[in-house]
Design a binder for this molecule. Sequence first.
Ligand SMILES: Cc1ncc(COP(=O)(O)O)c(C=O)c1O
Length: 403
Amino acid sequence: MSECCESKKCPTPTWSRIGKPKGSSVIGEILALANRPEVISFAGGLPSPEGFPVKAIEDASDWVMENKARVALQYSGVDGMLELRQAIAEIETKGGVPTMPDEVLIVSGSQQALDMIARVFTDPGSKVLVETPTYMGALYAFELCQPEFVSLPTDDEGLNPDLIDDRVKGARFAYVMPTFQNPTGRTIGEERRRKLAEKAREYDFWLIEDNPYGELYYAEKPPVSLRAFAPERTLRLGTMSKVLAPGFRLGYIAGPKHVIDAFKQIKTSMDLHTSTFTQLITARVLNEGLFKEHLPAVRKLYAEKAQVMLDSLELYMPKHPEISWTKPTGGMFIWLNLPKGLDSADLMKKVLASDVPVGFVPGSAFYTSDPEVNHCRLSFVTVPSEKIRAGIKSLAEALKTFI
Ligand SMILES: Cc1ncc(COP(=O)(O)O)c(C=O)c1O
């Protein structure tokens, strides 16, 4: 009980099954330590504020207030503002799947889409297919509906559809992040995307393609979307969080209209609609050619930071057959593999207590069950280059004491 509650003698409510507060977790406690100001933290999943297009957003919001204030400040339709859905339908169409505005639903961040997906597709015990490792925020959202998680087979090239077998029978959907995955930074190649679509048809499950990082490529564009290989059974999630501003809480779902219509019902009961004001600002920014002007600068910034971390890992990490890391070609994350038997949570405790304390997310956070503990997720985009170097050096020093 908190101090405030003790003084006010607040009773504890009878919690619902999903509302009952979870006890503190080891990872939660370590991550709290990683938030201390003196720590060089590779733990965050936040985009770099340096990349926010502040001027473009300021201009667009002035324009909205001058030209559409009375629309912007009013309630609006659950599906989202037409001008924004049109702009997104164009992006999706250019990405390889002809898309109409009524095949797009605007949501309050793709995290809301994940919550809705669980509610629309699953009952307690329904099979849900996930990559291992995968985005923990998706696991938290899905868990509320008590599914049975089934791990999809993965290797160094990400999800391997050739190994999908009868264990997936009856699954409602597969949640996958084919491009610059969180937490590994891996990208699934085109051939694997095609095969995964074939497996989805063979076993009759839906594909949820989560794509927050696809625009953040460093040099070469990533392969065509997974949705392009099975548009009839894929929902593609997009978000403005990593390319514009996460504070807008603005994302979208693109997919077949009859499914989008079902999502509209759920969304109405959740929040009526996503903020009209931020939708109109975003539509203006998109229609004014934001992606052309702003994204190349963000890609360059992220590519430079990724390179600094990759070079530092190469320079400082002990040479050991079981120490390796992914080499992403876009996105925000590197996945560091440690020797089997070494728990990255122990490594983190050690390096947090060192002269140059460093934080990261221990890999076990990204599994539904049987976590592999010998991995670390390293995020580099918000850390200045000299601190990336110092942080990796310190991490390597701490690691040497274990091997
Ligand atoms: C893979 C993935 N999906 C969804 C989200 C949620 O993003 P949003 O800000 O759009 O809710 C994140 C956020 O980090 C993410 O990494």
